[in-house]
Design a protein around this ligand. Sequence first.
Ligand code: WT7
Length: 651
Amino acid sequence: MPDIESLLKEKRTFKPAPEFSRQANWNKKTTAEYRKLGEKSPERFWAKMAKENVSWFSPWKKVLDWKPPFAKWFVGAKTNVSYNCLDRHLEGDNAWRRNKAAIVWEGEPGDTRVITYAELHKEVCRFANVLKAKGIKKGDRVCLYMPMIPELAIAMLACTRIGAPHSIVFGGFSAEALRDRLNDAEAKLVVTADGGFRKGAAFGLKATVDAAVEAAPHVDAVIVVERTKQPVEIRPGRDFWWHEEMAKASTDCKPAKLDAEHPLFILYTSGTTGKPKGILHTTGGYLTHVTTTFKAIFDIKDEDVYWCTADIGWITGHSYVVYGPLANGATTVMYEGTPTHPGPDRWWSLIEKWGVSIFYTAPTAIRTFIRLGDEHPKAHDLSSLRLLGTVGEPINPEAWIWYHNVIGGKRCPIVDTWWQTETGGIMISSIPGAVETKPGSATLPFPGVHADILDEGGKSVKGEGGGFLVLRHPWPGMLRGIWGDPKRFEETYWGKYENTYFAGDGAHRDKKGYFWIMGRIDDVMNVSGHRIGTMEVESALVSSPDVAEAAVVGRPDEITGTAIVAFVTPRSSVHPDEVLVGRLKQHVSKEIGAIARPAEIRFTNALPKTRSGKIMRRLLRDIASGREVAGDTSTLEDFSVLAKLRESDED
Ligand code: WT7
């Protein structure tokens, strides 16, 4: 994690090039006007955006209905997300887009598919009819557990077409994690695949679904895409092949006229408890938010080839692989596999091959490529690039400069975009034709976004200073709740300050009003740009019969940003050794998924606790990162514990 000292020493600035500003969707003048409007009246700003960028079947009666913490945007309006992403590009003045590539897809083995807007529309209608034929009605939840293949985007859009909220579960999650999410959302149908390709081999998904559905009583159908042709078990009456169902379905399906506040999707994300939260997003506001930010921040033009490397299983993939790009009629690239397969230059060869002009990725990936060496990007013609973006965690200035020089050839602006699963779309980011950038800073809030930095007492930090990042006014893409848990919604986000959204990040604001995001201040770790709760890993560990107690913390890691370190007290009958380390790591992978696998497991006889029994995480964090234990330890329950941990540190 970049610390505040090193970040704030960063004095380099990069002004937008005049050539870029001249052609930009939003130049300095438009951006300044929108900022002014957004400051005065977020409602008026977002209503203007909603009119300009989204097609509605019927207008709203009220822009915002705000009964804190519950917001409704575009009250009474009707629209449909798949209509905005597909149908409207096939009609009237836009009809030329019929044969424009909507999705450019490449599988890891090198197989490719280019799907035009007209084709995508047909496939989506077909699959919407398949869902209907399987009994899915408006409001029913559909779970998508799939590899990065076009069928995932097709399934998402089909859900939106009929108003069935999707719940996408990242393909790296375990059967247990999938089962919990299926049950929490009470999903009726699962779409999956026989598997996908990663690191040169086929991995399976169907057996995981089988195991999860075993204990998910609401699921009554599973639709399976054939991708790898691995043998899978097909249970008659419950499991169906995608291609067989699609062959029977009509390509005619009218988009449902849905209320602006109709649930669009649920996406689970980690929090500070052991149980992930089902973040709920709705239709009209989310669509307005992602469509507008995509157009302004990625400066999309019809000639662009846009590639966001995120997996669709995360919010970045929802908003900026699928919905934002397609609602703008853009060409979006989807790549199935690992960045470094078959060689360390796979991504750069993809940029060259498809002529990618806008590229959006995560700092952790950038750092990985720095380590792999400049020769790999340099072996490819990257001159098609004109704009770069980053998301997921703070970017250290060194990585920013490398991205700018080596990937962007010093000519591409970089947009560092801060947002969250909960915010739905980008909240703080540079506008590439208008805002001067500073490496390591996400720059300024998007127009209509009222971001602020508060001190512990809730006072806005004036001038230069740091504190807690908050959002003072509702925004259209904001989460509408946590699925099935309104109390947790209120407590988590609205409990700290009155009528103010608490993001869980620390941030610093400099003299010019630029935001420098410092990372999570709660018990949530950011590993390779993915959120993992310490509690979640702890509950996975203690579910093992080997473990009496466990505490999990993050320590800084050069590549992944944060690495997971687990302090484990084994049951007295268990011998702590390397075999146990391996077994526990495997156990966490099985319970949650490989992304939550601890990098390090350290055994201890007892955990350092306060008198009230709270685990002293700050202390463990210091130990895990090899720092001297700082601060007051007089509340420690057992000083010998601290001594023991430090001893083991010296091994
Ligand atoms: C957390 C949200 C939606 C993006 C993907 C992650 C961190 C995100 C930045 C950035 C510094 C960032 C924050 C945030 N984060 N973008 N540009 N600079 N930090 O979504 O899993 O919901 O995580 O990611 O800590 O709270 P997420």
